[in-house]
Design a binder for this molecule. Structure first.
Ligand SMILES: *Cc1c(COP(=O)(O)O)cnc(C)c1O
Length: 225
């Protein structure tokens, strides 16, 4: 997806969210735009901060720990979300650094996060990531394991607010978004983290409350802006 300059890329993305929300008779304000800034340096992030964006997503604890403390010192109202896979041995660092964690997907991680919450007194919003397309290589808990994992998370003291998924690539995402929305409804969870640069309208129309957008805001990763 082509990137415009930073400010208009942000405005365009917000307009896309608003248009989809309006079509679905939802309020644009009920959808949080998580700007996924993985691989982007401060020079790419600062313009979005200047344009008023405050919610950012990263996929690696180490990268976020190196990059964000400086930026957060200048912008204390920044809200940081972890959207990528989390190793149990980084749970404490993740709980300390992030306000929300979108990738809770297995009992060992639930256990580690529970211990980290007890130790640090920090209690980030947690999303249970579901392997919604039942794909071999993909992170996320199996649909069949979701009820047990949610129960474990509750017992461990996690604040589970919703579900997250990344649907299979190259196929229509709508059925997977609809399935994730149904699972969230079945379990009484209000938040739905789904939709990225290419499919955020579909996700918003099917109930997304958090869209995770990288490329549409920052341009392609790994190339100079
Ligand atoms: C990178 C990433 C995104 C953003 O994807 P884009 O296609 O660049 O918008 C969203 N969610 C997760 C989990 C990611 O790792």
């Amino acid at each position: 997806m082509e990137r415009q300059d930073d400010k208009s890329a942000l405005a365009t993305t917000r307009a896309r969210i608003a248009a989809a929300a309006t079509l679905a008779d939802r309020k644009a304000g009920d959808v949080t735009l998580v700007a996924v800034s993985k691989t982007q340096g401060p020079e790419a992030i600062e313009p979005l901060l200047a344009a008023g964006q405050r919610v950012f997503g990263e996929n690696r604890v180490q990268e976020a720990a190196a990059k964000w403390p400086d930026l957060c010192a200048r912008h204390p109202d920044v809200v940081l979300h972890l959207v990528g896979q989390l190793q149990s041995n980084k749970a404490e660092e993740a709980v300390t650094l992030f306000d929300a964690i979108h990738s809770v997907d297995r009992p060992s991680l639930v256990k580690a996060l529970g211990a980290a919450i007890t130790k640090t007194g920090r209690r980030p919003d947690c999303f249970v990531q579901v392997n919604i397309g039942e794909e071999e290589q993909k992170g996320g808990c199996a649909i069949a394991d979701l009820p047990a994992l949610l129960a474990q998370a509750k017992d461990a003291g996690l604040s589970v607010v919703g579900l997250m998924a990344v649907p299979p690539a190259g196929v229509e995402a709508a059925p997977y978004f609809a399935l994730l929305a149904k699972l969230a409804r079945d379990h009484g969870l209000a938040e739905l983290s789904m939709g990225m640069s290419d499919d955020l309208e579909t996700a918003v129309m099917l109930g997304a409350t958090q869209v995770r957008v990288g490329t549409a805001l920052f341009g392609a990763r790994g190339t100079a802006a």
